[in-house]
Design a protein around this ligand. Structure first.
Ligand code: PDD
Length: 290
């Protein structure tokens, strides 16, 4: 059985025995917010950014978080203390809680707060050395004016449908477009392309999550004098880019070398992507060595 530690409203379970009510609104409606954080050397990476985003997501859907950021941090640390591994995956889920079966969000009284912690094994080297293949999904990203993708909620059905398409076609992941036909993001990643030595990524108004890795890469690129621009990207531009890559907390920077069965340039991770991978690794080292 996977070594998994679950903190359920402050109580620690050292296996999958933690249970939640079927009347929980997270279960019934995806009425919850969450964050995925990771540790390096046992320390949660960029935790403040993740907690800020958790509160941002909650406020956007009017979900009151009963705990303070300090209390959530304590719960995370308490859960992590049960795990020996230096590199851990942390998932914090806060639901609007339990109540009668009705959509009315005013009917639940208190959150359910769950912290899931498990070892985070190293990702396959091949992702970084050879790159991954993605498809452009038929399913569109939920519109920003419907459920803003910049809310990290428990409602991931849209992304699951995109992953279904990817898996049906044997791809690593799927990129979703918005209803204007522009690139948004992957199922759990932000998307980037490089053309003529400039790095491009879709703007928030395309309808994306403001990734914490994305924020770091934007900053690191400009600090390292790499031209970087947030602007709309068409799928054609992406397929014809010089280089492409994705970013996410647990994956860092992963080169994309194939899109819809055609290679990006020569089908190998490009030089600027590899440079950014090194810069990002150094940034991690800087922030995690004392
Ligand atoms: N996913 N876009 C979406 C839709 C995401 O769910 C995520 C994160 C990202 C990248 O954000 P960040 O760099 O902050 O991890 C972009 C997490 C990792 C997950 O659900 O597992």
């Amino acid at each position: 059985m996977e070594n998994i530690i679950i903190n359920m409203n402050g109580e620690i379970f050292t296996n999958q025995d933690a249970k939640i009510s079927v009347l929980d609104r997270g279960f019934l409606y995806g009425d919850s917010v969450y964050e995925v954080i990771r540790t390096y050397n046992g320390i949660p990476f960029l935790l403040d950014d993740h907690l800020k985003r958790l509160w941002h997501s909650a406020s956007k859907i009017g979900l009151h978080i009963d705990l303070t950021p300090e209390q959530i941090t304590q719960e995370i640390n308490k859960t992590l203390a049960e795990l020996e591994d230096e590199n851990a995956y942390i998932r914090v889920v806060i639901t609007r809680g339990e109540g009668p079966i009705t959509l009315d969000p005013t009917t639940s009284e208190k959150n359910n707060v769950v912290v899931i912690v498990k070892p985070l094994p190293e990702n396959p080297k091949q992702w970084y050395e050879k790159g991954v293949s993605v498809i452009i999904a038929n399913v569109l990203r939920v519109d920003r004016l419907a459920v803003d993708p910049n809310i990290k909620s428990g409602n991931y059905l849209n992304n699951i449908m995109a992953v279904r398409e990817a898996k049906n076609q044997g791809a690593f992941d799927a990129i979703m477009l918005n209803n204007e036909g522009y690139v948004t993001e992957g199922s759990t990643h932000n998307i980037w392309m490089i053309k003529n030595n400039t790095v491009f990524t879709p703007p928030l108004k395309a309808g994306i999550l403001e990734g914490i890795t994305r924020k770091a890469v934007l900053l690191l690129a400009s600090q390292n004098k790499i031209a970087v621009e947030q602007r709309n990207i068409t799928p054609d531009e992406l397929i014809n880019a010089d280089e492409a890559f994705l970013t996410a907390t647990t994956k860092e920077i992963v080169p994309i070398t194939e899109i819809d069965n055609s290679y990006v340039k020569d089908g190998r991770p490009g030089h600027l992507t590899r440079k950014l991978m090194v810069i990002y690794k150094n940034y991690i080292k800087q922030l995690t060595s004392f």
